[in-house]
Design a protein around this ligand. Structure first.
Ligand code: UD1
Length: 366
């Protein structure tokens, strides 16, 4: 019988599942990988499998894009027979994407135990689809594996019993620490003609930033302004590319480079040497903290507060003048010493996930 069934679907899941699967493999556990197909472009999916050394998915549900309801429903319909066939002891879901909540819901109704990796994060912003996914997934999960202590506290406030909560640290940092050297060796900035420490990296894909024309126009205006002093590398998510086309928006300054979505190693290689990152991604808030690169997050809140209190992250409103002022202030400050790395962001979180699963294996569902 399969012991662990890992679910991945969207880009940020892949780097989280890789170290947990590697730790499971090292312990000789029977495990399978299910890809929902939520992300399907080569650059959003396959490229990551190659960079991360992830084995090909054992099952691919090939659900593709759609409204939230369509996508979530298709994942549930596709996942149910896979779960029936695989009969795992545990379903492991990662992060906060639609694939996470959809598969957790199917597993809960089938009485299959669920472990949620990256449990307990809260933005308290109910307009974010990810917040809905996080809260529901945590309510359904039997084992809640948290990346930071604020996660434990959030879950306790929601009445989750202590025995279901396990602090394991940040699995994505396992991947980052393992691959940082290889990413550096690629020499990405040099290959792009960029000087280390003299360029800005940008990613934007949240509906709150890219689905509204005025907000997106303001953000793109900010990139034009920034490009007057430093080259700007903007890795454009498919959603953002589509919205830019729909709204007829594009940067005007020649030093804004529009890039296709980057692979994992390319991203880390580029971010590692950047002067600053402007983003709305969850993962980059964490990666910049570990790499010691200043990060401006164009959002009113974050579910990852340790990146602010202990790391290099700072929230900034999604408007042109606020961003330009924040970038100038940040670049004008001398870089501090190496930032503190939050507790459990140490490269061993995947092993702790497996320890927790093996220890809990005998317990009945909560
Ligand atoms: C999803 C996650 C988000 C995560 C992000 C990382 C949810 C609710 N959101 O958002 O938390 O930060 O992934 O990328 O699960 N598209 C393609 N090719 C692809 C994938 C998407 O062209 O391979 C386009 C499609 O037009 C699609 C749109 O991007 O409609 C949005 O994709 P979707 O998976 O719904 O959400 P993301 O915005 O990627």
């Amino acid at each position: 019988m399969t012991f662990l069934l890992h679910v991945v679907g969207a880009r940020p899941n892949f780097m989280k599942a890789a170290p947990v699967m590697a730790a499971g493999r090292a312990r000789g556990l029977e495990q399978v990988l299910v890809h929902t197909g939520q992300h399907y472009d080569h650059a959003m999916s396959e490229a990551f499998f190659a960079d991360l050394g992830l084995a090909r998915a054992d099952d691919n549900l090939e659900v593709g894009s759609g409204t939230h309801a369509e996508q979530t429903a298709r994942i549930m319909l596709g996942f149910e027979p896979v779960l029936d066939r695989r009969r795992p002891a545990w379903v492991i879901v990662y992060g906060d994407v639609n694939s996470t909540v959809a598969c957790a819901l199917v597993a809960a109704k089938k009485g299959v135990r669920i472990a949620h990796v990256e449990a307990g994060l809260r933005s308290h912003d109910w307009t974010m689809p990810e917040e809905v996914n996080r809260v529901v997934t945590d309510r359904l999960a039997d084992l809640l594996l948290t990346p930071s202590r604020d996660g434990d506290a959030n879950l306790r406030v929601e009445g989750i019993p202590d025995e279901r909560i396990r602090f394991v640290g940040n699995v994505m940092v396992d991947t980052l620490l393992q691959l940082r050297g290889r990413a550096r060796d690629l020499g990405v900035p040099a290959a792009m003609g960029l000087e280390p420490g003299r360029y800005v990296v940008v990613t934007l894909h949240r509906p709150s930033n890219v689905d509204d024309r005025d907000t997106l126009a303001s953000l793109i205006g900010a990139l034009d302004d920034l490009a007057a002093s430093l080259p700007v590398c903007f890795a454009v998510h498919p959603r953002t590319r589509r919205k830019m086309a729909d709204f007829g928006l594009k940067p005007n300054h020649p030093s804004v480079r529009l890039l296709e979505p980057l692979g994992y190693l390319e991203t880390v290689g580029l971010v590692d040497q950047a002067a600053l990152v402007l983003t709305d991604s969850g993962g980059l808030q964490e990666e910049t903290t570990v790499l010691g690169v200043p990060c401006l997050t164009a959002r009113p809140n974050t579910e990852r507060p340790v990146t602010i209190t202990e790391g290099t992250n700072q929230l900034v409103p999604s408007n042109r003048s606020a961003i330009v002022a924040a970038v100038e202030a940040t670049l004008g400050r001398p870089r501090g010493r190496e930032p503190r790395r939050p507790e459990g962001w140490d490269g061993r979180a995947g092993e702790r996930v497996i320890d927790a699963l093996v220890e809990s294996a005998g317990r009945r569902p909560g």
